[in-house]
Design a protein around this ligand. Sequence first.
Ligand code: GLU
Length: 421
Amino acid sequence: MAGMVAAVKQNPFEIAQTQLDKAAKKLGLDAGVHAVLREPMRELHVSLPVKMDDGTIKVFKGFRVQYNDARGPNKGGIRFHPEETIDTVRALAAWMTWKCAVVDSPLGGGKGGVICNPKTMSTMELERLSRAYIDAIGRIIGPGKDIPAPDVYTTPQIMGWMMDEFSKLAGFYSPGVITGKPLSVGGSEGRGDATARGGAYTVREAAKNLGIDMNGATCAIQGFGNAGQFAALLNKQLYNMRIIAVSDTRGGVYSEDGLDPVALVDYKLRTGSVVNFPGTRPISNEDLLELSVDVLAPSALEGVITSSNASRIRAKIVEELANGPMTPEADDILYKKGIFVIPDFLCNAGGVTVSYFEWVQNVYGLYWEESEVHEKLDRKMTKAFRDVYDMARGHEVDMRTAAYMVAIQRVAEAMQVRGWV
Ligand code: GLU
């Protein structure tokens, strides 16, 4: 099985550009428009001095990339990760641009990152770092400019501190500067599970088109953070899928009969990992990806399905809840194998869609019930899936290229109307 010689990790921004180039060619996109879309419009690099609990000063590096705001203010999360790089943030900012366009939200794309390891930091240190980051990027963000949100290893509490810091800089309460906040400070109902819920709606649409019965269908989930945990809960709760394997950074667990997602999430929250969950046998992250399942949900970081394991992927549907989990070479291999990939910036767009709803509610000062959020999210995700599916069929291209084609057309049109190109 997984004879894993770790492949050299490809530069994620080069991957994002390669994906764009492929779709631009299919569309016969104007060379000037294409050139604009290949690069971020603005980026800020900052050094953040933070006083640690032991009294020493540590300097963290951070970034905010604003990729393209032709359709509206930039939008996208902030990652706190020890291996963050500017090229990862650039790629993620590009994907945010396509993500907001594919669901037809009036927003552009941005992303932020700080190189740090939150797992080794105290709550107070994290709060000081979060505030220092907002002090440093404060001038380029705001409800009408650029609206950050959570991403890998950033939480609603962190959004709360960041909103508070920005409000102090602005001199007035500004909940619309950031989304994914706790409910008490302008968060939205339904934001917590929105990424996985949106993904589940797209899986439902894919299964409908492929003639797969979701009741009892098998599902494997790689990664057990926000997206992975809610994917396990919702794929079971909404469609009675059988979650047979789940993994996190420390390893994975497998059960042919299906895992109980509620008990598993509880176990993960108590022990910090899914490893050794009672009634299961261990499985590695690599082997989990190669299971013969109806739905495989890569839900962690980029670059897990590559040319070295793509030929062994046996899922019917890939639910890409992570950003960038597949390389372009792997894409081609899976397409030839007839595996149906729901591409990341369509599949995981539920998070930013409910972020968009949160921002609307903040600006409006009027708040919606959870059922209203779910309904609106379903409508947006179903429409986006349909737009991409129709494009894929009409042009006989894979779903990722089709998603790019839909998104590029929308961003290009906005740039043209505004007179940028
Ligand atoms: N970080 C999430 C994403 O990659 C959400 C971004 C947002 O809500 O703005 O889509």
